[in-house]
Design a protein around this ligand. Sequence first.
Ligand code: GDP
Length: 492
Amino acid sequence: MVLAELGGKITRALQQMSNVTIIDEKALTECLNEITRALLQSDVSFPLVREMQSNIKKIVNLEDLAAGHNKRRIIEQAIFSELCKMLDPGKPAFAPKKSKPSVVMFVGLQGAGKTTTCTKYAYYHQKKGYKPALVCADTFRAGAFDQLKQNATKARIPFYGRYLKSIPLRRYEILRLSLYQPSSCMLRLSTKCILLFGLDSESEVWFSYTESDPVKIAVEGVDRFKKENCDLIIVDTSGRHKQEATLFEEMRQVAEATKPDLVIFVMDSSIGQAAFDQAQAFKQSVAVGAVIITKMDGHAKGGGALSAVAATKSPVIFIGTGEHMDEFEVFDVKPFVSRLLGMGDWSGFVDKLQEVVPKDQQPELLEKLSQGNFTLRIMYDQFQNILNMGPLKEVFQMLPGFSSEIMPKGHEKESQAKLKRYMTMMDSMTNEELDSSNTKLFNESRMMRIARGSGRIVREVMEMLEEYKKLAKIWGNMKGLKIPKNGDMSAL
Ligand code: GDP
């Protein structure tokens, strides 16, 4: 993610400023100009950056800086809270309820990742116990229904839509279609077909059969899944290569007919500076209530996310981090901004550490964090901490990843059981395995040995190693953390 570049640039600007002996208006302006440049290069829109700059100037009190307080921390905090403000429109997005059917409509330009994201969204909710269903109202892109059908089948999610392909039909079927469905079918008989018409009624002819009315398909799908008691009906709509009146009119009509509880605008993170205008154009046509940013795994600079929120005044609820179904993350403003600034969720994490970890244990924990080399043994120790010390659980919930992966809210009991299961498997590992951070070490025979030793199955060992990889990635972000002398974390 090129967002790391932005974090790096901001960190350097702050570092330069904390090296200056006298912090005056000039030094602060220079530092903010550096940060402004970094934000613009990351595709945050210009008016937003300008507003942020003036807000930071208002928040940062030069007298505090002159009095020798930790300058870097003060400014970092100001930037942190301004970026959070930018990404937090102040009202949460509509959350579907299991008790009543909700309709969620997806909109966005072609190629933004709508169809892929619809399935990811459905799959995510299915895992949370919802009964989702997918409706393909994209009659513009020929392969859209096939793609949705394929993804939905893989995830075992019911779907509804129509083919846009040429299909073989017999002559009597053509006549029947044109007699009984003249409004919904657009029969395009090719010259070849007409020539073939002279053949007997069993002759097979090819013709193009198009259900061209996305509104009709959307309504049919929504009605059908409501009857089937699905509680989350997701409608995928058409996109176009660029914004155009027909796209917005179609979107408006589908929204009017299906009355969605939530319209999600899907935006490709690589869109850059155009993000603000694009998001605003969609918002003006339909009542966008949430944003999903896709392809955050690529080379996108990511600043467009901030612009889209500002333009739609709607929160980002998820980000897409790959083409696969589970490469989809809940978007939390604070951890995101922390990562953006290369901080981890330090604001909350450090405060919490000070609160709950005895002072003499703080340096050791920070030392491990700063090394960034997350071995299975460290994971074991941290699981033990979580299980033994109770309050430490709150500390680790501050770290992005630990909260959602290890201890999701409301599932503490299951999470504890999971940790214990993982620890039993790790008890069957050799020292070499525990001290390694390379999962390639775990070949089939090692995994079988661990499974046998812990009374588990190989799939569970694989699942534990996958979980470890995710945590190691997050832990890796902590690398390079400065260790405060004598454990005084207020100096961070
Ligand atoms: P639509 O035209 O908006 O429905 O877009 P699609 O869902 O067909 O996606 C367009 C392309 O983007 C496909 O090749 C997807 O696999 C890919 N894609 C979608 N989301 C992501 C993502 O989060 N990361 C990556 N790397 N690719 C994605």
